[in-house]
Design a protein around this ligand. Structure first.
Ligand code: ADP
Ligand code: MN
Length: 255
């Protein structure tokens, strides 16, 4: 009985109420059947107790708040038919960890989901603040919710930092990029003010969105690292932080 209730709640929360042009409420299901099944599996395992509101609707994935057994969780659901599927394939093909996967659309999205899980775990293990990943199920990544009172922490781009705080955040990011490269052997590859949350108690950065992160063997690793560095250097200029991209690159890559 309880199980059925939980499932109904899951299904209901998978429907978003949307106003159409005639201003009548229509219900639209955002999940395909296989994804719903995977959500049921997570519910049956007791990982997810209820699915909360939508946090984000991106190009490749939707992120939802969920109740876990103990803490709040973030549930990132990659869409099988995402528009950026081809670029996903490029990232996966260059990664020696995914040499053996079958290249069907579904398989690639599942591999991508696992890749983000592993990347977050590797980052977490070397002491970088990221949402701690919990598990993956098909195209679903379950991770720690980075926020307070059901509200996600703001993105770096949406906060106004005091000068001293900006310097602190910049220095931590510099350290994270190096640690990621040296210790976790990863390059974020989509680092910018859009993929850094600011934890508002300590005003510390949290890195998110690591599906596309690559190892240094990736043919474009160096290009991605330079772009990550460029983005951070560019963003912190507005806080008066002057830094040299080449010096930054050397700091990251040389012991
Ligand atoms: P996308 O590929 O859509 O950019 P992200 O991983 O960047 O996916 O997540 C999209 C948004 O969802 C983020 O900008 C952030 O606001 C929110 N988000 C992602 N992960 C979490 C998390 N673990 N906790 C809280 N909010 C999150
Ligand atoms: Mn993102």
């Amino acid at each position: 009985e309880d199980q059925i209730k939980t499932m109904d709640t899951l299904v209901d929360s998978g429907r978003i109420k949307k106003k159409d042009s005639e201003k009548t409420k229509v219900t639209e299901n955002v999940f395909d059947e296989a994804t719903l099944k995977a959500l049921y599996t997570l519910s049956n395992k007791g990982i997810i107790e209820a699915l909360g509101g939508s946090i984000s609707t991106g190009k490749e994935a939707n992120v939802f708040l969920a109740d876990g057994r103990e803490d709040s969780l973030a549930v990132k659901i990659y869409r099988i038919n995402s528009s950026t599927f081809n670029s996903m394939e490029d990232y996966i093909l260059g990664d020696p960890r995914f040499r053996d996967i079958r290249h069907t659309k579904k398989e690639i999205v599942f591999a991508w989901t696992k890749k983000e899980y592993r990347n977050l775990l590797r980052a977490h293990e070397v002491g970088i603040k990221v949402p701690k990943p919990v598990l993956t199920e098909r195209n679903i990544l379950v991770m720690e919710f980075a926020g307070k009172d059901e509200k996600p922490y703001p993105l770096l781009k949406d906060v106004q930092l005091e000068e001293a705080t900006a310097k602190k955040v910049y220095d931590i990011l510099r350290d994270y990029i190096k640690r990621l490269y040296m210790d976790a052997e990863l390059i974020h590859a989509d680092l910018s003010e859009y993929n850094v949350l600011i934890e508002t108690e300590e005003m510390e950065p949290i890195l998110i969105d690591m599906g596309q992160s690559v190892t240094p063997e990736h043919p474009k690793a160096d290009q991605f690292l330079r772009r990550d560095i460029q983005n951070i250097v560019r963003y912190f200029k507005k806080y008066g932080i002057k830094s040299d991209e080449n010096e930054f690159y050397t700091f990251v890559t040389k012991d």
